[in-house]
Design a protein. Structure first.
Length: 237
């Protein structure tokens, strides 16, 4: 169970009892960032990738992975970034033993994916990043190339488009993702909150782009053969 601590909002003075969410390591052990009781929470006024993620080491297997930085939403409307201790390594230090890089666990032994409820576009991106890590991808980052719609993520061997819009993804979204992924010699994967048009699904099947639908509970669902195969095999070595 995650540790708890009192967090006081600097804007309205309300005090909250906060517990950092735990996420499953590749070994199956729940991992939560250790909270820093001596530091004050910081109001979130703008976001950067490095500040939104923190690297935490699993106490069971020693693997270090990036997880969402703990945050608390106060009832006054203020979003607070909850401080963590130095035991959470600085974001960007990488994960695992470089001499023995971790590989994706087989689907049969992979821990159950723990979804994150989706309320905002940022929640959708967080869910997809966690899902990619669950599949075995590491070094997840913002993609260098911008997509016409949505938000791009990248990891070794994969380029991902997160489509958090209210309209279904169109064939052009699939084609642009495939072209960019092909130029970078990697696979293309798309996650959409509103699903896909029939033409987009047909185009993805022809190009081998894996399609997932995100529901508001934060559980990605594969909608074509490429996506089903990706879930079955994981990221691979």
């Amino acid at each position: 169970m995650s540790e708890t601590m009192a967090v006081r909002c600097p804007e309205c003075g309300r005090e909250h009892e906060y517990a950092a969410p735990a996420y499953p390591c590749a070994c199956g052990t729940p991992v939560a960032p250790p909270l820093n009781r001596r530091a004050a929470p910081v109001r979130v006024t703008h976001r950067t990738w490095d500040e939104d993620w923190v690297t935490v080491r699993c106490g069971s297997c020693g693997r270090a992975d990036q997880w969402p930085h703990p945050e608390l939403g106060c009832s006054c409307g203020t979003v607070l970034r909850v401080p963590v201790t130095a035991a959470a390594l600085p974001s960007g230090t990488g994960g695992g033993d470089p001499a023995e890089p971790p590989v994706a666990p087989p689907a049969a032994s992979r821990a159950t994916f723990q979804p994150v409820t989706i309320r905002t576009a940022r929640d959708a991106v967080t869910t997809v990043a966690l899902y990619l890590r669950w599949l075995g991808y590491k070094d997840i980052r913002r993609a260098d190339q911008r997509q016409p719609h949505g938000i791009g993520l990248a990891a070794h061997g994969v380029l991902v488009q997160v489509h958090p819009l209210v309209q279904p993804a169109a064939p052009r979204d699939v084609e642009c993702l495939w072209l960019t992924a092909m130029a970078e010699s990697c696979d293309g994967v798309c996650f959409s909150l509103a699903g896909y048009t029939d033409d987009a699904r047909d185009r993805a099947d022809g190009l081998g782009v894996a399609l997932f639908v995100l529901d508001l509970t934060g559980t990605p669902q594969p909608v074509n053969t490429a996506a089903v195969e990706l879930v079955a095999t994981g990221a691979g070595p």
